[in-house]
Design a protein around this ligand. Structure first.
Ligand code: MLT
Length: 217
């Protein structure tokens, strides 16, 4: 059997042992957030964000393995917004395998993993939904773009997705965020599209929307 690629990562178990038993869906307390940072970030960046969104969840936070001028990312790109598709596909499988392996290693439920990705991290989370839908119960996609147009839609019934987009985002045009929501909906996902008036940087309203979305699950 091929060895799973390891990532530099942080894992924080959920705080309350009884919280997980109360949970009936991935969006309730319990479950695990897969935290995926943006270009140039690392495994520490989103820990406070994850804790704020879902205080009862475990947190798994890997560092992207691709370096672009020394900046960690989750897959290679040819230019801003122009992705190396072959690398994206390979890295998506690598990350999904790491999550499955981590579930065994740390003892969390692999069926109750929700990704929280920002920018480049949101793009690989979107790719996981399209290529490995079984690896995520849902996703909070913060400033994502369409990672690629799937030839055949995956089956995303039962998956919840929050797309948090910025009306004035200079990197992701509003039509692109809308197209992503459309692709995910066509595949059967329950998609909430949240608009911030701002740009590519997150604001407080994004986090409030993400926490409310999590609570609703
Ligand atoms: C990407 O490369 O995933 C997007 O251009 C977002 C970014 O990381 O700037």
């Amino acid at each position: 059997m091929p060895e799973t690629t390891t990532y530099v990562h942080r894992f924080e178990p959920g705080p309350a042992p009884d919280a997980a038993s109360k949970a009936t869906s991935a969006g309730a307390d319990g479950g695990t957030l897969l935290l995926l940072h943006g270009t140039g970030g690392n495994e520490n960046d989103l820990l406070p964000v994850g804790r704020a969104i879902a205080p009862g969840a475990a947190l798994l936070s890997p560092r992207g393995r691709v370096l672009e001028n020394g900046m960690p990312r989750f897959f290679r790109r040819l230019a801003e917004g122009v992705f190396d598709h072959e690398d994206l596909v390979a890295r998506t499988h690598e990350l999904a395998d790491f999550v499955a392996e981590s579930a065994k290693r740390y003892g969390f439920d692999a069926r109750r993993v929700v990704a929280v990705g920002f920018s480049n991290g949101a793009n690989i989370a979107g790719s996981m939904l399209l290529l490995r839908p079984e690896s995520l119960a849902g996703a909070i996609l913060l400033r994502p773009m369409v990672p690629f147009e799937p030839k055949t839609p995956p089956d995303l019934r039962g998956h919840r997705v929050l797309v948090a987009a910025g009306k004035a985002d200079p990197i992701v045009k509003p039509e692109n965020s809308e197209r992503l929501a459309e692709i995910l909906r066509a595949a059967g996902a329950n998609v909430t599209l949240h608009w911030s008036p701002g740009g590519h940087t997150l604001d407080r309203a994004d986090l409030t929307a993400a926490a409310a979305w999590w609570q609703d699950g």
